[in-house]
Write a protein that binds this ligand. Structure first.
Ligand code: ZN
Length: 290
C-alpha cells in the first residue's frame, strides 16, 4: 500500500514533518528521568518516538556524567544504532554551541548524517553568548556542502534569515534550504506571534524554495507546535526543548511529546509525514550507505 493511501482522503495539506529533539545538551535526569543520556537510552527513546510519528531525529551526545560533548565516536555509535533500529529515519546531528568550542562542533560531520544544524549568526543564551563567528559559519557550511549534508538553518533572530538568503544566493547549501525558527530561549527571541508572522513573510520573500519548521522552548513548545501546524509548516518537539506535558506533569517520554504533536496535526487535518514523505518534502536523497 502506498503512503498516500494512509492519508485522510479529504486532506489537502502537506504531511507535517515531525522532528524530535531527544536530549539536547542541558536537560538532565534531575529535570526529568525520561531524558535519555547514554547512547542505548537515546536509541531506545528515539525508536519509540519514531514509532509514534517522528521522521527526523535531532541528536546530541553526552559524556557518561551527562555533560555535553561533540565526540565523533559517540555520534558514530548512535548513528549505527539509529540506522539499524529506525529504518529511513532522517538523522540530524547538532553542531550547536554548548558541546564543544569552535571547529570541534563539526568534528562529527565526516559521519555524513542526512542533516546537521547550522546557526548562521550569534545571539545570547540564558547564561552565555551563543557564538557563531562568520569564520566558523563559513567553515561549518563548507564542510556540510563538501560532505553532502543538508543543513537545517537555525533562526534565532531576524538577521539570520537574511544571512541564510545571502548564503543561498552564493550557492552555499546543497539542495533547497530548510529553516527552523527558534522562539522562547531566554535572552534570545521570545515567543511572539507578530514576529513569527514576520519571520514567515520574510522567509517566503527571501527564500521562496525553503521548507520551514519551528521550535518553542519550555511551555512555548506546544504553542509553537500549534502555530507551525496551522500555518502549514513542520514542527519540532522533544525533551531537549521541553520536559513537561503541562505545568504539573513531566513528559513520560519523547514519544509522548510526539504523540501530542500528532494529535495537533490531526486537529488541523494533517498527517505526520512518514520518513519517505519527509525525504520527498525536503528533497533529501535516500540514506547513503552507512
Ligand atoms: Zn539541539
Amino acid at each position: 500500500m502506498s503512503v498516500e493511501q494512509h492519508q485522510h482522503p479529504s486532506s489537502k495539506q502537506e504531511p507535517c514533518i515531525i522532528c524530535v529533539a531527544i536530549t539536547g545538551s542541558l536537560s538532565g535526569k534531575h529535570h526529568n528521568p525520561a531524558v535519555p543520556i547514554s547512547i542505548s537510552e537515546q536509541i531506545e527513546s528515539t525508536h519509540e518516538a519514531f514509532e509514534a510519528g517522528a521522521s527526523i531525529a535531532h541528536c546530541h551526545v553526552r559524556n557518561n556524567d551527562g555533560t555535553p560533548t561533540s565526540d565523533p565516536d559517540k555520534f558514530a555509535v548512535l548513528q549505527q544504532g539509529l540506522i539499524k533500529h529506525c529504518p529511513g529515519l532522517i538523522l540530524q546531528f547538532s553542531t550547536g554551541g554548548r558541546s564543544g568550542a569552535g571547529r570541534e562542533r563539526g568534528g562529527m560531520l565526516p559521519l555524513q548524517p542526512d542533516m546537521a544544524s547550522l546557526t548562521v549568526g550569534s545571539n545570547n543564551f540564558p547564561t552565555r553568548i551563543y557564538e557563531n563567528s562568520p569564520d566558523l559559519v563559513d567553515w561549518l557550511s563548507q564542510e556540510m556542502q563538501r560532505l553532502d549534508i543538508r543543513p537545517e538553518i537555525e533562526i534565532f533572530d531576524l538577521s539570520h534569515i537574511f544571512k541564510a538568503a545571502e548564503m543561498q544566493a552564493a550557492g552555499r547549501f546543497n539542495g533547497p534550504p530548510h529553516v527552523q525558527f527558534v522562539m522562547g530561549v531566554k535572552n534570545a527571541m521570545p515567543l511572539d506571534r507578530a514576529v513569527f508572522e514576520f519571520y514567515l513573510e520574510t522567509t517566503r520573500r527571501l527564500l521562496p524554495d525553503a521548507t520551514w519548521c519551528g521550535a518553542g522552548i519550555g511551555r512555548d513548545q506546544i504553542v509553537m507546535n500549534e502555530w507551525c501546524v496551522a500555518e502549514g509548516g513542520h514542527a519540532r518537539t522533544g525533551l531537549e526543548d521541553n520536559v513537561r506535558m503541562d505545568r504539573t506533569t513531566l513528559a513520560p517520554s519523547n514519544a509522548a511529546l510526539v504523540r501530542r504533536l500528532v494529535d495537533i496535526c490531526h486537529a488541523h487535518d494533517r498527517e505526520a509525514a512518514t520518513p519517505a514523505q519527509a525525504r520527498a518534502l525536503l528533497r533529501l536523497p535516500e540514506r547513503k550507505a552507512a
